[in-house]
Design a binder for this molecule. Structure first.
Ligand code: PHE
Length: 358
């Protein structure tokens, strides 16, 4: 200390100056560590507030002796400036921090990941495939763009056959076409392997249809083919009955109606009894909307494989017999899920798909 004061005064001054220094250091450390604006405010009150020790010292300066006054005054003034400065800086830093974190509130719940679910058509297809696989069918696949041979000729439908009209489809420039049914896969499988054959195939098919609530130019079929020695129509009926009961319910009945397909002989169309009205045709006195009062729901086509089809794939038509069946998956899904317009299957509105579980 460069001031010439009596020893006892010097000792007193030294104690006060040390106190001021300690206060300053304590304040700087605490302010620097303040975690939020609230604790900073508490520190401001404590170290720089009206009733703080520093203010007390400053306001008592007037009562000090002439020797003490400048030394204590300058130490306390300096401490006050340093503390004010520290408070200001920390405040700015904490404010900047809270502003930048405004957009990220860590206390909010996380965003749920979007979990997809099966489209009803996929769910229906999977179910059909599962049931048929459990009955011993394996799954075969074929192209959607195919040739006339696989779609028509090998299926006993020559170029001038009137049945081709019903399967009017989209032809490509190279002469290929968009398959009109999954029966193409029957031919592909039989070309590749000898009997016994027990396969199913499912997938997209195309026809030049006028689109309405029950028809679409893009739709899906599932097809079955069983070829071996001694396969009978009774087995076809048993297979379809089992399938119907597993899909539509235990009490489902099946009925065959005579029909014509070029590639099966005899041919049938098959219906399942209506599960909505339990085959009654009416519910509480009013006509059942699903089966239109008939008690039956048309499902698809089937029959015994025509010997000409076996000849087209070099199978021994004398030795082998077989059955085939095919039907539209949309139709079954519409009944199963109560969907009244086939166009909804192709709707991108998620409100449609979200109605179906799993
Ligand atoms: N392929 C026929 C159709 O699309 C259905 C069918 C398949 C009929 C197998 C008989 C046997 O109409």
């Amino acid at each position: 200390m460069g001031i010439n004061v009596p020893a006892f005064v010097a000792a007193e001054i030294e104690i006060m100056v040390r106190e001021i220094d300690d206060l300053r250091q304590e304040a700087i450390a605490a302010i620097g560590a303040a975690a939020d604006l609230k604790s900073l405010e508490e520190l401001r009150v404590h170290f720089a507030g009206r009733r703080s020790r520093l203010r007390e010292i400053l306001s008592s300066i007037g009562k000090l002796s002439a020797e003490e006054r400048p030394i204590i005054g300058s130490a306390a003034g300096k401490a006050q400036r340093v503390i004010d400065n520290a408070l200001e800086q920390r405040q700015a830093a904490l404010e900047a921090l809270s502003e930048s974190s405004d957009s990220f509130d860590i206390t909010l719940p996380g965003r749920r990941p979007h979990i997809g679910r099966k489209h009803p058509l996929t769910a229906m297809t999977d179910e059909l495939v599962d049931v048929l696989r459990s009955m011993g069918f394996s799954v075969a696949d074929g192209p959607e763009v195919d040739d006339e041979f696989h779609n028509f000729d090998a299926l006993n439908t020559p170029a001038d056959h009137p049945a081709r009209d019903e399967h009017d489809t989209f032809y490509l420039d190279d002469g290929n076409l968009l398959r009109t049914h999954t029966s193409t896969v029957q031919i592909r499988v039989m070309q590749q392997q000898p009997p016994p054959i027990r396969v199913i195939s499912q997938g997209r098919c195309y026809r030049k249809e006028t689109v309405d609530a029950t028809h679409h130019m893009v739709f899906h079929q599932i097809e079955g083919l069983y070829v071996d020695e001694g396969v009978s129509l009774a087995e076809l009926k048993g297979t379809l009955t089992t399938l119907g009961r597993r899909i539509m319910g235990d009490r489902t009945e099946i009925r065959f109606r005579p029909h014509f397909f070029p590639f099966t002989e005899p041919s049938v169309e098959f219906d399942f009894s209506c599960t909505i009205c339990a085959g009654e045709g009416q519910i509480q006195g009013s006509r059942c909307r699903v089966c239109k009062g008939t008690g039956w729901i048309e499902i698809g086509g089937a029959g015994m494989v025509d010997p000409n089809v076996f000849r087209a794939v070099d199978y021994d038509a004398e030795k082998y017999t077989g059955f085939a069946f095919g039907f539209g998956i949309e139709r079954v899904a519409m009944i199963r899920y109560g969907i009244d317009d086939i166009r909804l299957f192709l709707d991108s509105d998620l409100r449609f798909t979200r109605q179906f579980g799993g």
